[in-house]
Design a protein around this ligand. Structure first.
Ligand SMILES: Nc1nc2c(ncn2[C@@H]2O[C@H](COP(=O)(O)OP(=O)(O)OP(=O)(O)O)[C@@H](O)[C@H]2O)c(=O)[nH]1
Ligand SMILES: [Mg+2]
Length: 444
């Protein structure tokens, strides 16, 4: 998701973060690059223009230029602006609390309506809701069959009627759902090749007939700006309650996701990230902005970490990092904590800045064991003050842990580099970062 855009932002901000001082000129230069990156990701040009204008007003003022870490401050301005663009707060689907709550899905052919019907049905079934899927696509041969196969695989009932117009089918389905106490009824409508008036009237009629709680446009994110125009037209015509963006797992450049809210005023509510029925996410503007800017999914990471990591311990480490007294002993403790969190790949991908560096890299879990063994072979004094490790100590540590002196050298070199990096990071802060999450905010 957003692969190329993330890479570009990473390059732009890497330089910015590093620079101690910023001038109006290099802010403008960086923003020009941000602008280009967004346009290349197929973000609507008007949206880009407004975005850059907003960021520039915020950034060229005193707040950024006079701050201690201007580069970091600028990244924050871009981040906050991106969150605003994406819609500030997550807007979730109306929960199924009536008999029945009604979701109506519409969109172009092949955008993923039927698949999404199944995903929403499964999600709600797992919440013990009684779900009815309504086959309102009577035009494409095999459409009803496709929905039935999907419904069977998750054990949900399908409502269908032969030789009947979709608006009538849906009204009948609603009566059936009321009588049989279904919590949720999901209408899978017919796809269309493009916006055509006849089918629009049909959607209007269904809407008028059943008064859905949610009218969701299912839009294929791979179609970029076409998805945005489509959402605009559908929203003007039908007053949507939200958009579901599908196929964000593909190589969509992200333009649709970033532009839709700003262009149409309609919130993105759901994101579909794969063909499996469990590949469904609620759209969170702040998390999405962080991902796009390569800050990783801190909240997701912290949620994962909280299960495994001793937060008091983490707070202690944070204190040490600030005081720049992080030692090999602390490093060893950190390794133990990380080991508790599960496979390294899945954790590292969520760490800010690491996703990109990790692309295609094989994680060497054995390497971690080697590092552990070397640290175990050190004396307490050596762990606390690695500067004292001279030639003969290296030899002892190497033979004690079954390693070569080169490996000991490598460990020390990496540790000192890390210490230096933490020193720089001690000064930076990211808004909304829960206390104790700091050690995971590495930027390796
Ligand atoms: N990779 C990926 N594929 C998806 C996603 N959502 C749907 N698909 C695939 O897209 C194709 C079309 O999906 P459908 O759900 O049949 O689309 P539809 O809108 O119901 O299509 P019509 O009924 O013909 O209008 C199928 O092959 C799905 O497996 C997604 O989020 N990611
Ligand atoms: Mg379909």
């Amino acid at each position: 998701m957003f692969g190329e855009l993330i890479d570009k932002f990473d390059d732009i901000f890497r330089t910015l973060r590093g620079s101690g001082k910023l001038s109006e000129k290099n802010i403008k230069d960086s923003l020009r690059e941000v602008r280009r990156a967004l346009l290349e990701a197929d973000v609507n040009y008007k949206v880009v223009k407004d975005f850059i204008a907003h960021v520039e007003t915020e950034a060229v003022g005193e707040k950024v230029l006079k701050s201690i870490e201007p580069g970091q401050q600028l990244v924050k301005v871009v981040h906050d602006e991106l969150v605003r663009l994406l819609g500030e707060k997550a807007e979730s689907m109306t929960p199924a609390t009536k008999f029945p709550t009604i979701y109506m899905l519409c969109g172009l052919q092949g955008s993923g309506k039927t698949t999404l019907s199944g995903k929403l049905a499964l999600l709600n079934k797992r919440k013990n809701k009684k779900v009815l899927l309504v086959a309102a696509d009577i035009y494409r041969p095999a459409a009803v069959k496709q929905l039935k196969i999907l419904a069977d695989s998750i054990g949900v009932e399908v409502f269908q009627m032969e030789n009947t117009k979709p608006p009538v089918i849906c009204e009948e389905a609603k009566r059936h759902a009321e009588k049989n106490f279904f919590d949720l009824m999901i209408i899978d409508t017919a796809g269309r090749l493009h916006i055509d008036e006849e089918l629009m009237i049909e959607l209007d009629d269904i809407k008028a007939g059943v008064a859905p709680d949610e009218l969701i446009l299912v839009a294929d994110s791979m179609t970029g700006q076409d998805a945005v125009n489509l959402a605009d037209k559908f929203h003007q015509r039908l007053k949507l309650t939200g958009v579901a963006l599908t196929k964000l797992d593909g190589d969509a450049r992200g333009g649709a996701a970033i532009s839709i809210r700003a262009v149409t005023g309609c919130p993105i509510k759901l994101v579909s990230v794969g063909e499996k029925l469990s590949d469904l996410e609620v759209f969170h503007p702040d998390r999405m902005a962080s991902r796009i800017l390569g800050m990783g999914d801190i909240v997701g990471l912290v949620e994962k970490a909280q299960g495994a990591v001793d937060l008091k311990e983490a707070a202690k480490i944070e204190e040490k990092l600030k005081k720049q007294s992080f030692t090999l002993e602390d490093f060893y403790d950190q390794l133990q904590q990380i080991k508790k969190m599960g496979p390294l790949e899945s954790i590292l991908g969520m760490i800010p800045g690491v996703g990109k560096a990790l692309k295609g890299v094989q994680i060497d879990e054995k390497g971690m064991g080697r590092v552990e063994a070397m640290i175990q072979s050190m004396t307490l004094e050596e762990r606390r003050n690695p500067n004292i490790i001279d030639g003969s100590r290296k030899l002892r540590i190497a033979s004690g842990s079954g390693n070569s002196v080169q490996n000991v050298n490598l460990l020390l070199k990496q540790f000192f580099a890390m210490q230096k990096m933490f020193k720089n990071m001690g000064k930076m802060k990211i808004k909304g970062l829960p206390k104790g999450a700091f050690p995971f905010q590495m930027n390796i």
